[in-house]
Design a protein around this ligand. Structure first.
Ligand code: 13P
Ligand code: SF4
Length: 319
């Protein structure tokens, strides 16, 4: 613990020296979340990470999360230096949606408005009309539907199917998924719920439809936190990456949070629903990149110009 505290102090000092700010996602290690808050940075969902990074005066943004979050920050602030603790931290949704195949899919549907999730590469965003995160996808698609637009959606099939059911929009979909949320199991969740009859189920919309059907509230990571604060229950079963447990528990010290069951675990497993790429972020890695200036995110200038349009649309719509 003393070493850990010293490392955190050292990082805080380096952030200040380098005029850098730390922006972290709710799924990274609690130490990184706490450090972001303690040093005047932010811990939040993908939508607010993008907005905060764009608006902050610091010339260097340190993004603790996964690669697409660093790329989004670079696209929105091309003149800032964007560094990440781990360049190899990717996402199964991004990996499962290669640019050429996605572009060919778009070519098959020229009449559709292309809406992509934040969890994609800069090149995929450059092919899109809109970018969305789980925090605003419902509102954006409702808006597009009201304008009579048909939608091409990529890459998360569970989030897409949820939006389609909720809005009734005409959507064709890419077949991608998040390896963490895809593992939640409805049969086991029903069993857990039976053991905790008063518990409310909170789920991220990257979870399969059978999980969402059992949920009392469905939302982005920020949406889940809001529901947990506002819902009148003392116990919650949570279907999302267990990195969110830290904030759920610190914001609600009198409430109990239980992880939803995944394929390979029992209800008591504490580490199954955790993203291996989010887990690559560490205090040691962060200190090392701040010392060395390594792990910069670079995006081709032409790509930045094109990929910015769908992100700006989303930020304008949600402002
Ligand atoms: P949100 O925090 O926007 O809900 O995103 C979840 C996610 O997929 C991050 O990996
Ligand atoms: Fe991607 Fe899922 Fe990991 Fe988020 S939790 S970065 S969606 S693999």
């Amino acid at each position: 613990p003393a070493e850990r505290a010293a490392l955190m102090d050292r990082i805080a000092e380096l952030l200040q020296q380098k005029n850098a700010v730390l922006v972290a996602h709710y799924y990274v290690h609690p130490d990184l979340q706490d450090l972001a808050e303690r040093t005047g940075g932010l811990v939040s969902d993908s939508l607010e990470m993008a907005r905060f990074g764009r608006d902050h005066a610091a010339q260097t943004l340190v993004v603790a999360g996964v690669r697409f979050m660093g790329e989004t920050a670079k696209i929105l602030s091309p003149h800032k230096t964007i560094i990440v603790p781990e360049l190899e931290a990717t996402c199964s949704l991004d990996l499962g949606c290669p640019t050429d195949a996605f572009s060919a899919f778009c070519d098959l549907h020229p009449d559709r408005t292309v809406v992509v999730y934040a969890n994609t590469s800069a090149a995929v965003k450059a092919r899109a009309d809109w970018m969305v995160t789980s925090g605003c996808a419902l509102d954006v698609v409702n808006h597009l539907k009201s304008r009579g637009e048909k939608i091409l959606w990529a890459p998360d099939r569970h989030l897409g199917a949820y939006i389609e059911r909720a809005t009734g929009a005409d959507m064709v979909m890419w077949n991608g998924s998040c390896i963490v949320h895809d593992e939640f199991k409805a049969f086991e969740l029903e069993g857990l719920k039976a053991d905790h009859p008063g518990a409310k189920i909170l789920a991220h919309p990257e979870s399969p439809a059978a999980i969402l059907a059992l949920a009392d509230a469905i939302g982005s990571t920020s949406g889940i936190l809001k529901a947990a604060r506002e819902m009148d229950a003392s116990t919650f079963i949570v279907a999302t990456d267990n990195g969110l447990m830290h904030k759920l528990r610190t914001q609600n010290p009198t409430k109990t949070f239980i992880e939803a069951p995944t394929a390979g675990n029992s209800a008591t497993c504490k580490s199954c629903a955790h993203c291996p790429w989010m887990a690559m972020n560490s205090l040691q890695g962060l200190a090392a990149v701040l010392e060395s200036g390594a792990n910069r995110i670079e995006v081709d200038a032409a790509l930045i110009e094109r990929a910015r349009l769908p992100i700006d649309r989303m930020l304008g719509f949600t402002a």
